[in-house]
Design a protein around this ligand. Sequence first.
Ligand code: ZN
Length: 353
Amino acid sequence: MEEQCIQDICELTGYQRGALPFRYLGVPISARKLSITDCEMLVEKMATKVRTWSTRNISYAGRVMLVNSVLMQVHSYWASIFILPKKVLVNIIGICRSFLWEGKGNSTKMALVAWDIVCRPKQQGGLGITDCIIWNEAAMVKYVWNITKKEDNLWVKWVNHVYIKDQSWRQYVPPNDSCWYWKKICTIRDKFAAGFVNNGWLTQGENILKLLTKEQLLKLKISQDSGCLICGNQVETVEHLFFECKLLEECLRRMVVWMQRGTTKHDLKGIWRRITRGVHGKNCREFITAVIAALIYKIWWARNEALWNQRVPTPRSICVQIQQECKARIAQLINKKSSRKEREWIDQLYRKQ
Ligand SMILES: [Zn+2]
C-alpha cells in the first residue's frame, strides 16, 4: 500500500499506525513464528517470582504448591495461546525443577528424581506437577476442535478459506510451504486422532463414514497396515466393518433369530425395514431400532478391543450384552398402555433366554 494512502486512512479513521510485533493482553502478537526472544518476557517473569521466593525458607511441600499454582499458571496462559518454542519450554522446566529441589531458579545440581516422574499424578508416585510440553500440545487441541466443530469465528473461517478449502479436515494434509504453526496444528490433530479412536469417541454430529478406520489411519500415517482387526483378511473400511465383516454377519444372524424376524439376507442395508415388517406397535419397532443401534456400537467397540487389547469378543458375548442392555430400554418403553401383543412379544424374547 502506498505511504500516502496509509496516512489518509489513519487521518480518516483516527486510528494510530502500529507495527508488528506488538503486545496484546500481555502476549506478543507477531506474523511469524514466536521466537525465543519473544518469550524472554515469560521466562523472566517466572525467574523473577522464583528469585523473590528463594529468599524465604520454604519447605518441599510448599515449593510443590508454588510451582503448580503460580509458575504453571504463568506458563499456561501463554501456552493456551501459542505453541511455545521447545527451548523456552525446556527453560521453564529448568526454572521449576531447580526451584523445586534447591529453592532457587538457577541451580545446576542433579535432581533427585527424573522430571517425567515428578510430573506423574500423585497416585502414580509423582508430585502432580503439570508437564508443560504435553500441556502445551493439549491446549492446542482446542484449535483442532474448533475447526472440527466449524466454530463461528474469524480464525476458523480464515483457515478454511486459505488452507482447507473444500477438503475434509480429517484427511487434510498441509502443503509443505504452509506456515509452521499450521503444520504443527495438523500434526497435533493426527496425534490426538489416535486418542479419539482409543476412547471410541466420536465427535458430535459426525456420521459413521468419518470413523477413523484403519484405512483412514493408514492414510494419516498413524497405522502401519489396513487389515480388518476382527477377521484379518479384508481392508478395514466402514463398508467392510459395518456391512461385510464376519463378526457383524454372525451377530446380526443371532439377533434376527432371537427376535424371530424371518429375513433372508443378513446384512445391515435396509435391515430395519425388513426386520420391522409385520411388527405391531411403535414400542416394539423402537426396541428393534435400539437393538440395531446397539449392534453397530458393539461392532465398533469389538474392533477397538481388538486394536487396543488384542482380543476379539465372540459373537455370543456381544449378543448377550446387547440383549441385556436393551432390556433396560424396553422396560422404559413398555407400560400399562402397551397392547397385549406388544407385551407378549417382548416377554417371550426374554423368557427364552
Ligand atoms: Zn472384518
